[in-house]
Design a protein around this ligand. Structure first.
Ligand SMILES: [Zn+2]
Ligand SMILES: [Zn+2]
Length: 230
């Protein structure tokens, strides 16, 4: 008999984005499934399942999620054109921003019936637990006289919350090849940050205003060091 798609829909929808599951990812503790990008973003600010509220993992909920290839195959079979639409959207998203298009999370050649008994759920992430903070580094600009520098290649960085603004500055100096005469000012919200401040303190002190999609947002600008002017 033919099954109406509407009957199945509740099982193939993501309760976070209300759309069809994309890169279906299942929490191993409660077996609830979401899109990979939806659940990963959710875990930036929560360690609980969005559906049943159990604690997925005290500190690293990403450890306890797995890609569910079989379920994703079912979704793609049931919803005509979804896979193509999704691929095209992702392709366009990266192309518009001049970025390299990443390889799909699911390999093109899914194992056929022979692979049925194989382990279905695959590990999604392995992030060392000490790297508990995600940074978004936004460039404000550079004053005249700061010399040559390379633009930062990646503005997303995963670091320990114990790291200080001094560490972030060192990182920027190295990656951008900054002139020693150049001073790096790092700002969060409208606070100019001090070198001794840790990222964890900053997040605590500034709160939600410091965050965007679970990332701590730091702006940095280059000025000529006042020590060099005199
Ligand atoms: Zn979703
Ligand atoms: Zn759950």
């Amino acid at each position: 008999r033919l099954i109406n798609l509407a009957e199945l829909t509740p099982y193939i929808l993501c309760s976070i984005c209300k759309g069809y599951l994309i890169d279906a990812t299942t929490i191993t503790e409660c077996l609830h499934t979401f899109c990979k990008s939806c659940i990963v973003r959710h875990f930036y600010y929560s360690n609980r399942c969005p559906k049943c509220n159990i604690v997925v993992h005290q500190t690293q909920p990403l450890y306890n999620i797995r890609l569910d290839r079989q379920l994703q195959d079912i979704v793609y079979k049931l919803v005509i054109n979804l896979e193509e639409r999704e691929k095209k959207q992702m392709h366009d998203f990266y192309k518009e921003r001049g970025l390299e298009v990443p390889k799909p999370a699911m390999p093109q050649t899914a194992p056929s019936s022979k692979g049925r008994a194989k382990k279905v759920l695959e590990s999604v992430f392995r992030i060392p637990p000490e790297l508990d903070m995600s940074l978004l580094l936004e460039f404000i600009g550079a004053n005249e006289g700061t010399g040559h520098f390379k633009p930062l290649e990646k503005k997303f960085v995963r670091v320990s919350g114990e790291a200080t603004i001094g560490h972030v500055e060192k990182f920027l100096r190295r990656k951008m090849g900054l002139d020693p005469a150049c001073q790096v000012d790092i700002v969060c919200g409208d606070h100019l940050l001090e070198r001794y401040q840790t990222l964890r303190e900053i997040r605590r002190a500034i709160g939600d205003a410091a965050m965007q999609d679970g990332l701590l947002v730091l702006h940095y600008g280059l000025v000529v060091s006042p020590l060099k002017i005199t």
